[in-house]
Ligand binder design. Structure first.
Ligand code: CMP
Length: 138
């Protein structure tokens, strides 16, 4: 059934000029953009968004990275959105990502991996609501 996922084009991909390429991959794969903004996370935003990872050794590095420059945040709609979007972006580590996936094409490392994709319908709703109010979703 039609549902939604949440994505961010991360600071590395923005810095490297890949916003257009990534949005083209997303829309060409049949995802409809129902909300989108260009923004930058504060330290507090990133700590809250990634709270589930706060005990991980890479947490500090993750917060530094995700706050170092602007991102594109978006809510995407498609049949089977969460699963299909994770297939489109590829493995967390671009070295393991399949040919043609967004991370294979645009990511540089496991930390600086170009894009975020929600891992469940529940988290997609939480993450979307973190960035967008009801009147920003179309
Ligand atoms: P993502 O899966 O979107 O959300 C959690 C992020 O933590 C992940 O992308 C990476 O950016 C980052 N991450 C995961 N594992 C590592 C790691 N071993 N070293 C650095 N960053 C990591």
């Amino acid at each position: 059934s039609t549902n939604r996922t949440f994505t961010m084009i991360k600071p590395d991909a923005v810095e490297n000029g890949h916003i257009g390429g990534i949005l083209d991959k997303i829309t060409s794969a049949g995802f409809k953009i129902v909300a989108m903004k260009y923004t930058q996370l504060s330290k507090r935003d990133a700590q809250e968004f990634y709270a589930i990872h706060k005990e991980r050794p890479f947490f500090g590095e993750l917060v530094e990275f995700m706050t170092r420059g602007p991102i594109v945040a978006a809510i995407l709609e498609k049949d089977n959105a969460v699963e299909d979007f994770r297939a489109l972006i590829g493995a967390t580590n671009p070295a393991d990502a399949a040919e043609g996936t967004i991370r294979k094409m645009y990511a540089t490392s496991i930390g600086e991996n170009a894009v975020h994709g929600s891992d469940s319908d529940e988290n997609a709703a939480i993450e979307g609501a973190f960035h967008f109010s009801g009147r920003e979703i179309f």
